[in-house]
Design a protein around this ligand. Sequence first.
Ligand SMILES: [Zn+2]
Ligand SMILES: [Zn+2]
Length: 125
Amino acid sequence: MTVFRCANCQQPVTSEVVPGDPARGPERPPNHEVVPPRVALGTFKTNFDGTLLIFHPDDVPGTALHSDQRRISGCCGLAGQDGPNLVCARCGVEVATKESDCWTENFVALMAAAVTDVSERAPSN
Ligand SMILES: [Zn+2]
Ligand SMILES: [Zn+2]
């Protein structure tokens, strides 16, 4: 199990998760609806270049919505096309982008540079 913490204040921002199966294809249904989450609850995936960690929308309890209304625009959910829209619930640093609209994917993309993986942290000297 791994918990990702805010790199700025060390608050946990995710649930306990394990690496998940490969992502399903990006195809969307043709109707006006929100697609099922990209990854299963309790799992995460790393994107192709390692800069993003893809989570189920319910696996980021330590985040809060961005205070900038332009960042949290959307139709049926959050579009996530205007920059990070989730912040650390404790210190307010931008940590992730959530897409959950009827024409986007449905996931939370944590910025790898904004979090630390506690399972890999070296002991301090
Ligand atoms: Zn819609
Ligand atoms: Zn923080």
